[in-house]
Design a protein around this ligand. Structure first.
Ligand SMILES: Nc1ncnc2c1ncn2[C@@H]1O[C@H](COP(=O)(O)OP(=O)(O)OP(=O)(O)O)[C@@H](O)[C@H]1O
Length: 440
């Protein structure tokens, strides 16, 4: 396969690379499906390597869904060989029976692989029509402002994302590919009207454009406006979080926010966990429960992939599911696994537990609470039951079963989040072991 004499859409691509400040020596990885868009992109980028001084690679994801998948991968290898672009082909396992369909599952698998590649920029062939379709598709599903912002032309990150064909219409890409004599593959699933996205592309958008000839660029502009509004909502959430006390929020301050701002703040906090915000109905329900509950009452509510917790006037989000901690013996290791987190046991002079006392014990192990567990925090003060200790330390009820307890010869000598037993403390200048629980 010989590369074309003249690569397509050079000016548009060069302008986009300049706007993204692609620097000499950067590694660009072209997400190469073998379709017309990423073929134009790959040829264009290959021709611009010399001018910009970047290193170009390509990645093809083999979903194994089409009977032609092997042929597509072979085509991509031939194109990349002709352009002297190193190509990596990744076979992915697409989840069957995913609730949002096979297409969405394939997209997830593809993005998981591509997003983990070591490069400076991951470059996609998305164009104006893709953006218009994405916005319309999301609006028809009742998206919020963030979803309506659709795709960005560049996204910072490691790798960053670049879409240098963002300003170009599909038609122009196809005619440029034909003019340059490129060969590309056609994914037969793009024509299947069973997929909602394809119905939008083939049935709805042509009708819209017949009635509103500027529909696509107008939708692209609308997405830009939504993106700007989304950025402002993020800024507002950051301000509100700071006013309400930081990541762990003061419940009273949160409840003083107007409803839309309260929900905006929670949505923003959810995204920090890298998970999708819960559906609107759930957000409204959580807000209702927060407003109705007494400020001091313990609450733990399912919140998408997270839990929204309120306890003693504080409000925070945490992972809904955490791995059950397994008991384990301690034989002097500096760190022991504990559920999704760990317990560090660091040597520290005069701090934590007495190293000599621990060494003298026949058995030391890390475990969960047990019936009848009690501990005396200070010599001369009464022994306290586990429940009282938790109440005094402000540990909410649902966390108590996950607290790590260090047991020496049947006695609790340290409880994570609570402290050390007075009788086991290292004295001044004595070698100590300071336990520290880092939850996942
Ligand atoms: N199998 C693949 N391997 C590598 N890159 C791909 C593959 N499929 C798609 N891409 C990349 O994604 C871009 C968009 O492709 P397409 O429009 O088919 O995907 P989409 O599902 O609509 O978009 P997205 O993947 O961003 O949700 C392509 O131009 C290409 O850069």
């Amino acid at each position: 396969m010989r590369p074309p004499a003249c690569a397509p859409l050079q000016d548009e691509l060069a302008a986009a690379l300049r706007a993204a400040a692609v620097f000499p020596g950067a590694t660009l990885c072209c997400a190469f499906s073998g379709g017309v868009d990423s073929s134009v992109l790959l040829h264009g980028l290959a021709a611009l390597r010399g001018t910009f001084g970047f290193r170009l690679e390509a990645a093809h994801v083999h979903h194994g869904l089409s009977p032609h998948a092997d042929a597509w991968a072979t085509h991509c290898m031939a194109v990349c060989a002709a352009l002297a672009v190193p190509l990596r082909v990744f076979r992915v396992e697409v989840e069957r029976g995913a609730p949002d369909g096979l297409e969405a599952a394939a997209r997830r698998a593809r993005h998981a692989v591509l997003g983990s590649l070591a490069c400076d920029w991951l470059v996609f062939g998305h164009h104006q029509d893709d953006q218009a379709e994405t916005l319309l598709f999301r609006l028809l599903r009742g998206t919020g402002v963030r979803g309506a912002a659709a795709m960005a032309e560049h996204e910072a990150g490691r790798p960053g994302v670049l879409r240098p064909l963002f300003g170009v219409r599909r038609e122009r890409i196809e005619s440029a590919a034909r003019a340059a004599g490129l060969a590309w593959v056609e994914d037969e699933s793009n024509a299947r009207l069973a997929h909602a996205r394809n119905r939008l592309r083939h049935r709805v958008l042509p009708v819209l454009e017949a009635a509103f000839p500027a529909a696509v660029p107008a939708l692209v502009r609308a997405a830009e406006n939504f993106r700007e509004a989304d950025g402002l909502l993020d800024e507002l959430a950051a301000l509100d979080e700071a006013t309400c006390g930081g990541r762990v929020l003061r419940l009273e301050a949160v409840l003083a926010l107007p409803s839309a701002r309260l929900r905006n703040l929670l949505r923003w906090q959810v995204r920090r966990f890298g998970v999708l915000p819960p559906v609107r109905a759930r957000l409204l329900e959580v807000e209702r429960q927060l407003r109705e509950a007494a400020v001091q009452a313990p609450l733990r509510m399912a919140f998408g992939d997270l839990a929204c917790c309120a306890y003693r006037g504080r409000l925070w989000l945490e992972p809904a599911e955490t791995a059950a901690p397994q008991a384990c013996a301690w034989r002097g290791e500096p760190v022991l696994p504990w559920g999704d987190g760990e317990v560090l046991l660091r040597p520290a002079e005069g701090l934590g537990l007495s190293a000599a006392a621990l060494q003298g014990a026949a058995s030391v192990r890390l475990r969960c609470r047990w019936p009848g567990l009690a501990m005396r925090l200070e010599a001369g003060r009464p022994r306290r039951a586990f429940k009282q200790l938790c109440q005094e330390a402000g540990v909410p009820p649902w966390l108590r079963g996950r607290l790590p307890v260090l047991e020496a010869d049947g006695e609790a000598v340290w409880i994570g989040g609570i402290g050390c037993a007075g009788a086991w403390r290292a004295g001044h200048g004595e070698a100590g072991v300071e336990p520290l629980w880092r939850s996942g």
